[in-house]
Design a protein around this ligand. Structure first.
Ligand code: SAM
Length: 297
């Protein structure tokens, strides 16, 4: 165990990993009881701990009696590239480099992704100790379909980028999960109501895993009213139900099939193409083909 660099020591440059690695470690999103034994173990053993805010991470370690020593390195949105490169150099020389964010999973609306990319590019092994993430916790608690869902993170704050993202959410048939701050949640709910309609199912989930955890379930219009009546505090996730599937009528299928056949596409291929393009079952297109007058069929 002596060939690892001590914390603070940096090798000359990246090279093959001499037993070192980068480990992303999930930390609690509110409830300290959610720091797993494996997370505690790696935070105890790591040579270097990259973190967004050294004071917060020092407090977390201290709550578990884990000495921080001189192992903490700031890695946040403003120094991410340089700090990630430095951390990868240490891992390449044999150090175990843990990465935590202020809460939840690093890399999920938090720094982490760049560190992983830099490690992968340098051939340094990457591992993960999974922990809580507000998105997954919220989607399962929302009661909305969790079989297929889309993580939007924070929506762009304004302009075309925001409008486009809202328009995409409005037509997405999957459940969408959105992170939001308490200062902007009222506006975001109103924008979602306008984009998705009054009746779209919405769950507002706040202060997950904390004493004042709360889940409100209802419609987009209801959520706007609820937030007006209950000034938002704490941390929020908005979960939006998927758009109802667009049903394609028999006429549209017959028209598309007729156009393909008129263009000389053979029937088998035309059926497959129409089914794929209109996102309808092949059976529905075959039935349309059979209903067509000869010689089209
Ligand atoms: N890395 C974190 C994760 O894995 O979920 C997300 C960090 S992101 C900077 C912070 C946002 O996550 C908050 O604005 C909120 O939308 C959501 N969040 C984090 N903790 C939460 C909690 N306890 N309850 C509800 N939302 C939370």
């Amino acid at each position: 165990m002596t060939d690892r660099p001590s914390a603070g020591e940096e090798p000359a440059g990246p090279g093959p990993s001499a037993g070192g690695r980068v480990v992303l470690v999930g930390t609690p999103i509110g409830n300290l009881g959610d720091l797993s034994p494996r997370a505690q173990e790696i935070l105890q053993q790591a040579d270097v701990i990259c973190c967004e805010d050294t004071r917060r991470t020092r407090a977390l370690l201290s709550a578990f009696g884990i000495p921080a020593g001189s192992r903490l390195r700031a890695l946040h949105a403003h120094n991410e590239a340089a700090a990630a490169d430095a951390a990868v150099r240490q891992a390449a020389a044999g150090a175990t480099v843990a990465m935590v964010s202020d809460a939840g999973m690093p890399g999920i609306s938090d720094p982490g992704e760049r560190l992983v990319a830099a490690a992968v590019a340098a051939g340094v092994p990457v591992d993960v100790v999974p922990g809580p993430a507000a998105a997954i916790t919220a989607v399962v608690l929302s009661g909305l379909p969790a079989g297929r869902w889309c993580f939007e993170g924070f929506l762009p704050r304004q302009g075309q980028a925001r409008a486009q993202r809202l328009a995409a959410v409005a037509v997405d048939e999957r459940t969408t999960v959105i992170y939001e701050s308490p200062h902007r949640v009222a506006r975001t709910l109103e924008d979602l109501r306008q984009a998705c309609g009054d009746d779209r199912p919405v769950a507002c989930v706040r202060e997950l895993t904390k004493l004042h955890q709360e889940v409100w379930r209802g419609s987009a219009a209801g959520a706007v009213r609820w937030v007006e009546d209950h000034p938002p505090r704490g941390e929020w996730v908005v979960v939006v139900g998927g758009a109802p599937p667009v049903s394609v009528g028999a006429d549209a299928v017959a028209d598309a099939l007729g156009a393909a056949l008129d263009a000389g596409v053979d029937r088998r291929r035309a059926v497959a193409d129409v089914a794929r393009t209109l996102k309808v079952p092949k059976r529905q297109v075959y039935d349309a083909a059979l209903a067509m007058p000869w010689p089209a069929r």
